[in-house]
Design a protein around this ligand. Structure first.
Ligand code: THU
Length: 136
């Protein structure tokens, strides 16, 4: 991915971070994903008084992408106002896996301190949609 494409995705995440609805944890997370079309979709975490109902930023962004007609993802960026970049939770890694065998995941913390990862490294030996067909 070009630096320009990465910057666009990271900026899309930062641009919605303040909209995160996190009154219980006070931990705001924003994510942006690029769909197969090249378009960018952003999302934030959305918490709930019934705590388990809360939604992570990554899955919120992916839902927007799917609503936009995307069926594949090519890159994910996550922004948090933390000292160090924060990795996606396990559930979100699996959600990303539904739409990409592997892709770059860029993490951005305060001051745009970045680390770069891949889904394959964060979710090795993953369960995938193809596994559902593996008995036939
Ligand atoms: N959170 C995310 O949005 N993404 C992650 O990958 C990890 C956690 C949110 C969920 C919850 O609203 C808050 O961060 C604290 O766990």
């Amino acid at each position: 991915m070009s630096r320009q494409a990465e910057d666009e995705l990271v900026e899309a995440a930062w641009s919605v971070l303040q909209n995160a609805y996190a009154p219980y944890s006070n931990f705001r997370v924003a994510a942006a994903v690029r769909g197969g079309s090249g378009r960018v979709y952003a999302g934030v975490n959305v918490e709930n008084a019934s705590y388990p109902v809360g939604l992570c930023a990554e899955r919120s962004a992916i839902a927007a992408a799917v609503a936009g007609g995307e069926s594949a993802l090519t890159c994910v960026a996550i922004a948090t106002d933390t000292e160090n970049p924060v990795c996606p939770c396990g559930m979100c890694r699996q959600m990303i896996r539904e739409f990409a065998e592997d892709l770059p995941i860029v993490l951005s913390a305060r001051g745009d301190k970045r680390t770069r990862h891949t889904l394959a490294a964060l979710l090795p030996e993953s369960f995938s949609p193809a596994d559902l067909d593996s008995d036939s």
